[in-house]
Design a protein around this ligand. Structure first.
Ligand SMILES: *[C@@H]1O[C@H](CO)[C@@H](O)[C@H](O)[C@H]1NC(C)=O
Length: 311
């Protein structure tokens, strides 16, 4: 009886980790995704052959595309498909825009109540804002970012808002690229959050030895570097992946065989061990972006490689 309950505890802990994908709110032609579009994507993720349990969605904004501050229809889609949510508030478009994110967050709690809040695994204030503000992000023309003090202010606003509603107690964090956490000038952000959401792509680390043979080591180096500055807080992987097609990046070759190898070596090592959202089930559609990270092609359909993990 005693050992049986130990076994149960271990199984419960493993299945308690989130496993999912990232979901934008717009199509590449600028059209907002509607509830049925999110439902299609969430159902696609839940029904992948040889890969059960993808029932968590990371979002980048609380706002339904095409509206000022209506809650994103991904929420109703998540309720209809029994999908968990890592919420995101976009934090790189200035304080007025952030107020709209807060308004949508507040309205969602009013509208959907605990059916919604029970599905929330965390709330990310921002996504790669520090990266876009860094020399690398500026050189890559990645668009406006936010500085650490802006993010600290926004994090405080979210904490104040949820203290008075059913999201009270949910972890409030941030998502950024791994090296921006390691940058000591950003440590105030780490001091103010409950979890660190990390985006790490060996494919893009073109100044290093980033061929697929070394990709798992580069990922581990990044993950460990963030753990080293995390001030004891949980480190979640919010984005990683390997492109199935696209240009070579340093020594990194984008193709289906390498995406499968990255899945086996890196993604499979994370499932069940940390909260993890792979990038991604279906990359931006319509059209095929370059590079393309989708494990199903842009037309939907069957995965491009076998998603079963090595025994
Ligand atoms: C380090 O972070 C600060 C604050 O976000 C930023 O201004 C600076 O450019 C960053 N440095 C590097 C090398 O990324």
């Amino acid at each position: 009886m005693y050992s049986f309950s130990i076994f149960l505890t271990a199984a419960t802990l493993a299945s308690a980790q989130s496993k999912g994908f990232n979901y934008g709110n717009l199509f590449t032609n600028g059209a907002p995704k509607q509830q049925a579009d999110f439902e299609n994507e969430f159902n696609l993720a839940k029904n992948l052959p040889n890969a059960p349990g993808f029932n968590s969605a990371r979002l980048f904004t609380m706002i339904q595309g095409g509206t000022p501050n209506t809650p994103i229809s991904a929420i109703q889609a998540a309720l209809n498909t029994d999908t968990q949510l890592l919420l995101g508030l976009w934090a790189s478009a200035g304080p007025e825009s952030f107020n709209n994110e807060l308004a949508a967050l507040s309205a969602a709690v009013q509208q959907y109540g605990t059916a919604f809040t029970d599905k929330v695994v965390g709330i990310s204030v921002g996504s790669e804002d520090l990266y876009r503000n860094s020399p690398t992000g500026i050189a890559a023309k990645s668009g406006p970012g936010a500085n650490p003090q802006d993010l600290v202010n926004y994090i405080g606003q979210v904490r104040n808002l949820i203290a008075g509603n059913a999201l009270n107690g949910k972890p409030v964090g941030h998502v950024d690229t791994w090296n921006d956490y390691v940058n000591g000038s950003n440590s105030a952000v780490i001091a103010n959050i409950d979890f660190l959401g990390v985006d790490a792509y060996p494919y893009y680390e073109s100044s290093k030895s980033n061929a697929i043979d070394n990709s798992h080591q580069l990922f581990e180096d990044a993950f460990n570097a963030v753990k080293g500055v995390a001030q004891g807080k949980p480190v979640w992987i919010t984005e990683t992946g390997w492109p199935v097609s696209g240009p070579q990046s340093g020594a990194a070759v984008a193709n289906v065989d390498n995406a499968k190898r990255y899945w086996d070596e890196t993604a499979c090592s994370l499932f069940g061990n940390t909260n993890f959202w792979y990038f991604t089930v279906q990359d931006a559609v319509p059209g095929t972006p370059s590079p393309s990270f989708g494990i199903v092609g842009s037309g939907g359909g069957a995965p491009l490689f076998d998603l079963s993990c090595p025994a």
